[in-house]
Structure formats: structure tokens, C-alpha cells
Design a protein around this ligand. Structure first.
Ligand SMILES: Nc1nc2c(c(=O)[nH]1)N[C@H]1C(S)=C(S)[C@@H](COP(=O)(O)O)O[C@H]1N2
Ligand SMILES: [Mo]
Length: 383
């Protein structure tokens, strides 16, 4: 024995709870969560970076609140499932490689490689997603493009894994799950008991967080992000101070500059307030999964365009905040045409709080929160 590491063999793990009947059931729900997170994630990605051939709808106005809430909730539900799934199969790490080398050896190694990719991608997605929801970015890479790229690795290796394991999965579902601990076994739970505990852990994780977007869960969701009241009853992500706009946003010489084919027209806040005002009840729905509805009042963006003689078209809005990625956003023509797309001046009947984007912010239906640009000072008609 001298000089050898005590590497266990697969057979050294003897728990009866590790069984294909358990793994297949947990794995199925894990796959469902990843599938939902993948689709809603694609939706969110394209909502933020729309290819020219697609039109992102403005109705129903709660659309992004639901798709992104479901995205983060599916990821959260997947955490206990992934932990149990990995626990139930990790002895296979120590499975013997078929030797001497034959075709079977190659297949064995290829399958292990695909599982390594699946496990790494799945863990990466859940960890970075949860960290993003809690606004913790200890990394240097762009969260969105990396989370998007790894999603394809995760879903691709997941599909491959299911295809390879299909016979095992079928067999496992055909067998009943053992519901009591056999006499003489030291397991603390039956396999059925382990499954129930897993579902309970997953449900608890959902209940503890989903209040971030499901209003009636607010009181039970002790770990939900951003349910605390912000100014005027709506939470904020970045304050005016953090954005470095305290002075420019309170400057009496502030003007909204509208750049259009015939020139540039400046609007003061008073001029905007003198135009026909519209009120819309619209949610802020953050990629982090939280959302909150506000009652916004201001001028419809299309009315401002009409003032300068331009029909609804693509517009880029720009913020006093010039640092960072959230300082401008594209308002596609169909969004610009929606009468509920506002240059908001008020929230809950009061002047917008500085932290909500005073003197003027964009708010449009069904749009991701990151595109609801605050502290506007520029509108550029795209030609
Ligand atoms: N200029 C600017 N606008 C911004 C942001 C920002 O950091 N800077 N954050 C965006 C994000 S990520 C969200 S979710 C919403 C939050 O809006 P609220 O602070 O009014 O709740 O504003 C958006 N508009
Ligand atoms: Mo956000």
C-alpha cells in the first residue's frame, strides 16, 4: 500500500439511496428546469439584443416580468435538484476505465468528457445566475454574453446526455421507487423519502425567492431580492449618486435634446409638462428576476416625435450617466409607436425621485429593466 493514494472504487460507495430510480426522477425535473431557463434566457437575451429581423412585442405589458421571473425561479429550483443529482451519481467518477484500450474505451472516455462539460456548464450557469441576482460580480467577464454562451454548452450536452441515457431512464421509470428502508439497511431514508425531501427543498427555494416577482409571495419570500420599498414605492438598482448624475440631473439648465433629420430641438421639463400627459401603470422588470409596478406619468415618446415632425421610428435614448453600459438604449419603432411608451416625469403622482431618473426617464411596456433608461437628456432619431 505504500506510496499509493487511497482512491476509492465505484463499488466502495454502498448507499442504497444512490439508484437509477432516484437519479432519473431528479434528473428529469432538473432537465425541465434547465429547459425552461434556456428558453426564457433566450427570450431575455433577444429582448436586450434584438436581431433586426425580429420585433419584440410591447404587449402584454407584464411579459418580461413573467419570463424573467420564471427564468430566475427555474434556476433557483434547479439548485437542490442539481446537488442531489450529482450526489446520486458521483461514485461514477471512480468507475474503472475499460482496459486494454478498445472502441469501448474511447466511447467511455467520450461520454465522460460530455458529462464533464455538462456538469461544469450546469454548475457555472446556476452559480453565475444566482450571483447576478444578488448583484455580486467578482469576475471580469461580461455576465450576459458568458451566461448566454455557456447556456448553449449546457443545453447541448444535456440533450446529448439524455439521448445516451434514454434506455437507462426508461428502465428507471418503469421500476417502482422503493418506499421503505429494507430491513438490515442503515439508510436514514427510503428512496421515496429522498425524492420527497428533494422536492421539498426545491419548493422551499422557490417559495423563499419567488416573491421578487409574484406579489402574493412577497411575505413568505424571505430571500427575495429588491422587495424592500424604494423611493415612491419602487425599488431602485442604481442611485443618482452612484451613477454620478446628482449635479447634472438637478441643473436648472437641463434640456432634453431631440436630434432629428431637420435639426435638434431642446425641451425643458416645463415644456414637456405642458404637453398632453399620459399615465400608465407599468412594471420595472429587472434581469435579476425582481419586478415592481409603478404608476408613471409623462409625455408619450411618440408625441415628442410628432412635435418634431417625425412618425414613430427607431430612436436611441441617452442618459446624463455616460459611464457604464446602461447609459443608452434603442427604442425600436414598434415600441416608439406604443402610446404607453413614456418619457416619464412623475411616479405615483409626484415628481420622479432623483433615484428613479429625474428629470425624465424612459418607461415602456414589456421591456427589460436594463432598457428603461434613467436621467434622459438625449433622443436621437435613427435614419
Ligand atoms: N441611466 C441608467 N438607467 C438605468 C439603469 C442605470 O444603471 N443607469 N439601471 C437600469 C436597470 S438594470 C433597472 S432594473 C432599472 C431600475 O429602475 P428603477 O431604479 O427605477 O427601479 O433602471 C434601468 N435604467
Ligand atoms: Mo436591472
Amino acid at each position: 500500500m505504500t506510496g499509493r493514494l487511497p482512491v476509492p472504487t465505484e463499488r466502495a460507495f454502498s448507499s442504497r439511496l444512490r439508484d437509477a430510480t432516484v437519479t432519473a426522477r431528479v434528473g428529469t425535473w432538473l432537465g425541465v428546469c434547465f429547459g425552461i431557463a434556456f428558453l426564457t434566457g433566450l427570450w431575455s437575451h433577444y429582448a436586450q439584443e434584438l436581431p433586426v429581423w425580429l420585433t419584440y412585442p410591447t404587449s402584454p405589458k407584464w411579459l418580461y416580468r413573467v419570463t424573467q421571473g420564471v427564468h430566475v425561479t427555474a434556476g433557483t429550483a434547479a439548485v437542490p435538484l442539481l446537488l442531489v443529482k450529482l450526489w446520486s451519481v458521483y461514485p461514477r467518477l471512480f468507475a474503472a476505465v475499460p482496459l486494454p484500450p478498445t472502441r469501448r474505451t474511447i466511447l467511455h472516455l467520450l461520454e465522460r468528457l460530455s458529462i464533464a462539460a455538462l456538469v461544469a456548464a450546469a454548475v457555472f450557469q446556476l452559480v453565475t445566475g444566482l450571483m447576478n441576482s444578488s448583484q455580486w460580480y467578482p469576475w471580469a467577464f461580461s455576465f450576459r454574453s458568458t451566461h448566454f454562451a455557456v447556456a448553449w454548452v449546457a443545453i447541448g450536452s444535456l440533450v446529448l446526455h439524455v439521448a445516451v441515457k434514454l434506455p437507462v431512464i426508461r428502465q428507471a421509470f418503469a421500476e417502482p421507487v422503493e418506499s421503505s428502508v429494507p430491513a438490515g439497511d442503515r439508510a436514514p431514508l427510503s428512496r421515496r423519502g429522498l425524492l420527497r425531501a428533494t422536492w421539498a427543498a426545491s419548493a422551499l427555494a422557490v417559495l423563499a425567492t419567488a416573491g421578487a416577482w409574484v406579489p402574493f409571495l412577497r411575505r413568505v419570500s424571505v430571500f427575495a431580492v429588491r422587495t424592500g420599498e424604494g423611493p415612491q414605492g419602487v425599488p431602485i438598482n442604481r442611485s443618482a449618486e452612484a451613477a454620478g448624475v446628482l449635479d447634472t440631473a438637478t441643473d436648472p439648465d437641463w434640456r432634453l435634446q431631440v436630434v432629428h433629420p431637420a435639426g435638434t430641438t431642446a425641451f425643458s421639463r416645463e415644456q414637456l409638462l405642458a404637453m398632453p400627459q399620459r399615465t400608465a401603470s407599468l412594471p420595472i422588470a429587472c434581469v435579476e428576476g425582481w419586478s415592481a409596478t409603478g404608476v408613471w406619468t409623462g409625455v408619450a415618446l411618440r408625441d415628442v416625435l410628432a412635435r418634431v415632425g417625425v412618425p414613430p421610428t427607431d430612436v436611441v435614448v441617452g442618459s446624463l450617466q455616460t459611464r457604464g453600459a446602461f447609459g443608452s438604449s434603442l427604442v425600436p419603432a414598434n415600441v416608439a409607436a406604443d402610446p404607453q411608451t413614456l418619457l416619464a416625469l412623475k411616479l405615483s403622482g409626484e415628481d420622479l425621485d432623483l433615484d428613479h431618473g429625474y428629470p425624465c426617464r424612459l418607461i415602456a411596456p414589456a421591456r427589460p429593466g436594463v432598457l428603461q433608461t434613467k436621467w434622459l437628456d438625449l433622443m436621437e432619431v435613427q435614419v
